[in-house]
Design a protein around this ligand. Structure first.
Ligand code: FAD
Length: 515
């Protein structure tokens, strides 16, 4: 699938190999098998099949190498996996990710001190937790009538399941206790439930976490007209007379630049680097980089009361499985997304080893939705370059008074949930540094009109540049608190279908004219 032969012209160029770029490749492979597709990824291939989750790599040393290879070209920051370290003032990135070296905060603003990215085939989804909740209430995109069908398609592409942890002994107990605390008055969709996860269990019992490999699927890998070329930086999108006509891509191994003509260009380069590439290409709609929103996050832990060690025959997978992963959905009246998980599976381990019943320490995380403001933005500084030589990102970001109130409310709410589950561990919930969510949204947001408040239309096509599509969490126009990847993959499905429809129409026209 990978090769160094750069094409001179294809039907579709996809920039970035994370799950949203992969969704375009998959849908096009299914619906427009005659279309030629070139996917360019700036990072290296770190897992097999390309894009696979690094947690599926059994050998710890090999897994560490895959993580380190994903951490970009800049100075390596200290790795931090715990709120304790963040509390101690360490500005660090999670394994497999790297931070902005500069420009993450400005005087008098909050900034996003730990805004992070991954550069590897598969993007962040080679490192993610795989939580795939559907948005609820005001998180939903009201102007998309087909949102539920798109989300279902996103679940298919990501291989989302809810039963992977069913053998875990304490999951039901945790959910029963949470339900008693929050379910009153909620609809079925918003009651406490198992977290939908992009994971499946193999016949031998091992968990397999979905990455872009699952999104691509065999249909893409076996598509002879699909090429994935790694270590290739797309430096600009070429557009002529309001139409995208190709890209300039730099082979990072040789330094050679190639121009690749294309009828469609999809930029799926994450919520910071998608606007960066548009900016570098001189495509600068008014809303580009604006409405940036991260989900402020508070975490806490509780010890389950009254539980006995459970004899578990669950296979050893490197993850404690006793509690499963539970979900307290966002509602407008309790506007937090709750992710309740056993510590080993959490991106943020919350407590030291404890000589108590295995699995009885439960990590709680609440994510908050942000007030959307055009002033919260990533700008690009043409006079300064990032480690790839692209215009350097500069983040201007401030919590509103309401945002701060919501963080305080989340702290009270998480304590209440911890007490409902058992005995809180530690004195206080911890508020993570801004940017910790890894869920940056809004920077290439979707809208119904080209009125300066959005970058693309409801098919993700950039206003005023026909054939140019954007993908990723940046496209989400609402302030979500839930993990956004399922939603952004759903939006990618819509965009990919609209491109596939062009090929289908051309086929139909050609067939007609042959008659
Ligand atoms: P990405 O996956 O970020 O991929 C973008 C790709 O584009 C990258 O590989 C990048 O190298 C490439 N690229 C950028 N610029 C260029 C360029 N100019 N040329 C070529 N290539 C370029 N989300 C959830 O929904 N649920 C979770 O539970 C969850 N947990 C997470 C836990 C961790 C530890 C991490 C790191 C992330 C987590 N996320 C989670 C976030 C999730 O991984 C992202 O939302 C998702 O990967 C975004 O997909 P994407 O395709 O838009 O972008």
């Amino acid at each position: 699938m990978s090769g160094r032969q750069y094409p001179t012209a294809v039907d579709v160029v996809i920039v970035g190999s994370g799950p949203t770029g992969a969704a375009y490749a998959r849908i096009l492979s299914e619906r427009a098998p005659d279309a030629s597709i070139a996917m360019f990824e700036v990072g290296p291939t770190v897992s097999q099949p390309p894009g696979a989750h690094v947690k599926n790599i059994a050998d710890p040393a090999e897994r560490s190498r895959a993580q380190a290879a994903s951490e970009g070209p800049g100075a390596r920051g200290e790795k931090v996996a715990s709120p304790g370290a963040a509390k101690a003032g360490v500005r660090g990135a999670r394994p497999g990710t790297f931070l902005l070296e500069e420009g993450f905060a400005f005087e008098g603003e909050d900034g996003l001190p730990v805004a992070a990215m991954s550069s590897n085939v598969g993007g962040m989804a080679a490192h993610w937790t795989g939580a795939c909740p559907r948005p609820n209430d005001s998180e939903r995109i009201g102007f998309l009538p087909d949102l539920d069908e798109l989300l279902a398609e996103g679940e298919r592409l990501l291989g989302v399941t809810t039963d992977a942890f069913d053998a875990a002994p304490f999951g039901d107990l945790v959910r029963d206790r949470l339900s008693a605390a929050v379910d009153e008055g909620r609809t079925a969709a918003t009651r406490v439930q198992r977290m939908p996860l992009a994971v499946h269990r193999r016949d031998d019992g091992r968990l397999v976490w979905s990455g872009s490999d699952v999104v691509l699927g065999d249909v893409t890998r076996e598509n002879p007209r699909f090429t994935l070329i790694d270590e290739s930086l797309v430096t600009s999108v070429i557009s002529t007379d309001g139409r995208a006509t190709g890209v300039v891509v730099r082979d990072l191994r040789s330094g050679a630049e190639h121009e690749v003509r294309a009828r469609f260009v999809v930029v799926a380069a994450d919520a910071l680097r998608t606007p960066q590439l548009l900016w570098a290409s001189g495509i600068r709609p008014e809303a580009l980089g604006r409405y940036l929103n991260d989900q402020a996050q508070v975490v806490f832990a509780a010890r389950l009361r009254g539980v006995e060690p459970a004899a578990s025959d669950a296979p050893v997978t490197g993850l404690a499985e006793q509690s499963g992963v539970s979900w307290v959905p966002f509602t407008d009246s309790m506007p937090f997304h709750g992710q309740i998980m056993q510590l080993d599976a959490s991106p943020v381990p919350l407590a030291e080893d404890d000589p108590v019943v295995p699995g009885s320490i439960v990590g709680l995380g609440l994510f908050c939705a942000k007030d959307l403001r055009a002033d919260d933005r990533v700008e690009f500084d043409d006079a300064h370059r990032d480690a790839y030589g692209m215009p350097a990102p500069r983040i201007h970001y401030t919590l509103t008074a309401h945002d701060r109130e919501m963080v305080e409310r989340a702290r009270r709410e998480i304590r209440r949930l911890a007490e409902a589950i058992g005995d809180p561990v530690g004195d206080q919930p911890f508020t993570l540094p801004l940017g910790s969510s890894l869920h940056y949204q809004g920077t290439t947001r979707m809208g119904v009109a080209d009125d300066g408040t959005s970058v693309c239309d409801t098919d993700s096509q950039v206003w005023g540049v026909a054939g140019l599509y954007v993908a990723g969490n940046g496209v989400i126009p609402t302030a979500t608190a839930c993990n956004p990847t399922l939603t952004s993959v759903a939006l990618a499905v819509r965009g990919a279908r609209s491109i596939a429809a062009v090929f289908a129409r051309e086929h139909a026209d050609a067939a007609l004219s042959e008659r």
